[in-house]
Ligand binder design. Structure first.
Ligand SMILES: Nc1nc2c(ncn2[C@@H]2O[C@H](COP(=O)(O)OP(=O)(O)O)[C@@H](O)[C@H]2O)c(=O)[nH]1
Ligand SMILES: [Mg+2]
Ligand SMILES: [Zn+2]
Length: 311
């Protein structure tokens, strides 16, 4: 009998599959057809699979089509992709105004990447307990920018119980990826959401990455109120998705909305005459910082990827 389940952990050759509320350690059937793409791992966490549980060692027989997935490219010459996780329902970007400061450019890059992957996003502004008046004002300004263009923003800190209720509601029955700079409090927040997980906080774990470039395995942590949560699986590579220049504007909601007001339909909104986007920037309808982010991404300006968490 085939039973449907979700892959919650992978060790490379074995897979832990949650079927109903039980976990099964499974092997993969010898030949399994996959949707074209060359990947180093045929199965990723988040995959919905059908498992034959009638044998001593359960076998994954089929993988159901993925709703979405996030990949990293292998650093070696084969240029194979490694799927970090699939079937994500939500990406939660944890940002902080201080200790460390999350830049707007960083937020914007994350947002367009998640947009490209078609993963809904929520911005969580953490460590609000550390904010003095000026930083609080700055944070509110930023929240205004992102709320206006349709992104949900939540403020929280490790003592704030009310926002935790809101966050838990949001995560209920979803598979959520938690991302953000190292040190912003991702793991602390996940432990508050699901105390039984008791994940290690306060450490930057670079060690296991050394030497092995391809083995970053994400894990789906079970949420007792329904759903799964993933603690930053190599989010660094989230930024490496390839986009065509004319695609980038599509991933900025406020630019997307005005695109068809431009004179030229292949307008890149840089210097073109009759550009509705430039007009909106001049009229302060589009936020200038966001527009600058757009131009930087368009012109391929590199970010300091070392800022990204890579555990
Ligand atoms: N002041 C303050 N510190 C926090 C908060 N959340 C986490 N921290 C601290 O920030 C540091 C990094 O937290 P951690 O959860 O490991 O961050 P991660 O690298 O994003 O997983 C730890 O020392 C935490 O105690 C918060 O809301 N306020
Ligand atoms: Mg952490
Ligand atoms: Zn334009």
């Amino acid at each position: 009998m085939l039973q449907k389940g979700v892959v919650i952990k992978s060790t490379g050759s074995n897979y832990l599959v949650k079927i109903n509320s039980q976990n099964y350690l499974c092997k993969l059937k010898g030949k399994i057809r996959l949707d074209g793409r060359k990947t180093t791992n045929p199965i990723a966490v988040g995959d919905i699979v059908e498992v034959n549980t009638n044998t001593d060692s359960p076998v994954i027989e089929t993988i159901l089509p993925r709703k979405n997935y996030i990949i990293r490219k292998s650093l070696n010459l084969s240029k194979q992709a490694h799927i970090l996780a699939s079937n994500l329902d939500l990406a939660m970007l944890v940002c902080t105004m201080v200790a460390p400061r999350t830049s707007l450019g960083f937020i914007d890059r994350f947002l367009i990447t998640a947009e490209a992957y078609q993963i809904p996003i929520v911005l969580v502004f953490n460590k609000t307990d550390l904010l003095e008046a000026d930083l609080l004002a700055y944070q509110n300004q930023i929240i205004k920018i992102y709320t206006k263009i349709g992104y949900q923003c939540i403020t929280t800190n490790f003592n704030d119980k009310e926002s935790l209720i809101e966050i838990k509601k949001l995560l209920s029955n979803k598979t959520t990826l938690v991302a953000g700079h190292s040190g912003v409090g991702k793991t602390t927040l996940i432990n508050r959401i699901e105390p039984s997980l008791n994940l290690k906080t306060g450490e930057i774990s670079l060690t296991h990455l050394k030497g092995t470039h391809t083995t970053t395995f994400a894990e789906l942590h079970n949420l007792s109120f329904g759903g799964f949560i993933i603690d930053s699986p190599g989010v660094k590579e989230l930024g490496l998705v390839e986009m065509k220049k004319e695609e980038i504007g599509h991933y900025f909601p406020e630019i997307r909305e005005l695109m068809n007001t431009c004179k030229f339909n292949n307008c890149l909104h840089q210097t073109e005459p009759g550009c509705g986007v430039i007009k909106a920037v001049n009229e302060k309808e589009i936020n200038e910082e966001r527009y600058i982010s757009y131009l930087k991404i368009l012109n391929g300006e590199e970010m300091d990827w070392n800022e990204w968490e890579i555990n």
